[in-house]
Design a binder for this molecule. Sequence first.
Ligand code: NFS
Length: 632
Amino acid sequence: FEDFKCLSCDKANYKLIEKAKNEKIETVWDRAEAMQPQCGFGEMGLCCTNCSMGPCRIVKVSEDGPKKGICGADEDTIAARNLARSIAAGSSAHSDHGRDIAHALYNAAKNPESGYKVKNPEKLISLAKEWGISTENLDIKDIAAKVAETALQEFGKPFGHLRFVDRAPEDRIDIWKKMNVVPRAIDRDIVEVLHSTHIGCDADYRNIMVAATRAALSDGWGGSMIGTELSDILFGVPEPHEIEANLGVFKEDEVNLVIHGHEPTLSEAILVAVNDPELVELAKKQGAEGIDLVGMCCTGNEIAMRHGIPMAGNFFQQELAIITGAVDAMVVDVQCIMPALSQAAKCYHTKLITTSPKAKIPGAIHMQFNEEEAIESAKKIVREAVSNFKNRRGNILIPQEKSKGFVGYSNEAIINALDGVANSVAHPMGTVKPLADAIKSGVLRGAAAIVGCNNHKVLHDKGHEELAKELIKNDVLVVTTGCGAYACIKEGLMSKEATKFCGKGLATVCELVKIPPVLHMGSCVDISRILLLLSELAKFMNVDIKDLPAAGAAPEWMSEKALSIGTYVVASGVYTMLGVAPQVTGSENLTRFLTDDIKDIYGGCFDIEANPQKAAEKIIDHIEKKRKSLNI
Ligand code: NFS
């Protein structure tokens, strides 16, 4: 498998990439190769298709060639407009996810047919109080309806600012006010980016970034946070579970159903359906031992965190899952679903089932998931999967590779775990004090978040794993979400044994409070949990987020959502390392703005470093500088 080592560092993938080659099925790596060389104008962000006088492109590599678009837009305007539109698209994806969860909460309150129920009434009541909703004489359903309606208003309210903004430290809110980026209403902030980047509107790259930053903050402190908080209310606050991960989780003798995509509204309903006795019986009648539900991408993170469902693989493993020949159905909703799946599915018996009106794929079976009657709808989908077991063709290869690890570290779970220390040395329980103390004493040097996707420009999973290992070796606690979380659990970094990779301080903390050194905090919308943890820590230490010895990293990012995340994280004051350069490098001004000038405004900035070792060095250096300024 020597050849495949330059594609992925996950051994489970090698046999399947070879199988794909033998069976003449193309994968993401083949298509990436066929795409070379990639368009230089696009790569630098210098191609504008915003109006039909174009496409216009700016030539940077030589003196000759146009330096302005036909309307006169220069490289700064074009690159900034392209970036801003991507950020708006990313924010829209997370936020629309949040909106769907709010609708599900409303259904839980008003529509018993939906099958949704409030699983965590305490969190619901506490959010109602935070939002000033009177709970007096109301039952849980009424409160749920009011909270859901209030959440839905956040998308289009005409006045004021987003409610969750008030959770940020005061100094942070002051910076946002000064910069005029306080998010107001999610849809409005996204629309404003689309408007201001229309032909003949905003041409000032710094001002374009004001609108883009506001739309990004609308995601992190708005849509994503609504998604996370309301999911916790509906489906429960994640708690630590030990699970298995990687493509070895498929079972030869069971119906293998992969749930892939993002929204727990679907994956939670599918989980109920696969446990329905009638459907289990049907599986047995087909000759299967049972139904094996496994998750893929962020929806897999959601059900792993809440129910201990195995995590089959991340973004670059979606085709390989089908290539095992053991997947009876792959059920998808929205986001990060490669259209290529339908081609792969055709080569096997696998049914690719799309469920969302927002995401149909030619060649797939479309079975619309109806949230008004979620469980019934999910049962129909599971029935389709189960009845496909008998059509397996025998060309099955399930890799042996799978690892074990602990997932499910919501902020509540982290604080709970840290109470282990609190108990032992008489600290107050239920606060971030033990975390703050561990950082202050230097046992932990700081914390870093490793998040985001896979990208062929980085060796698959290597960016995540190597960076995580290097950081924990230097006593930096790592938290992770999304496809980064998959990479880390597959490498064993969420297991009890992972302390062997840690420096002495971090190893001591992990052993004392029984946590792994890399904490699985969920899906990409759950990066809002990380914002809240930072916010709580900053408030407790009486500083702003920008002062904390903390950093973010997206070593293998590729999606527009990741751009939105990066932007709201930087605007929240966090130094953020990217493993792949954004498509802005054709504008020196914008590049300098994002990697340097922005530091003076928000305290956070982007940095770009493809080499994980060097990226780790820079992050550690940043953390040590922050420690010094804090005098700790
Ligand atoms: Ni987030 Fe990237 Fe997708 Fe999840 Fe994975 S690709 S931006 S990590 S699954 S959303």
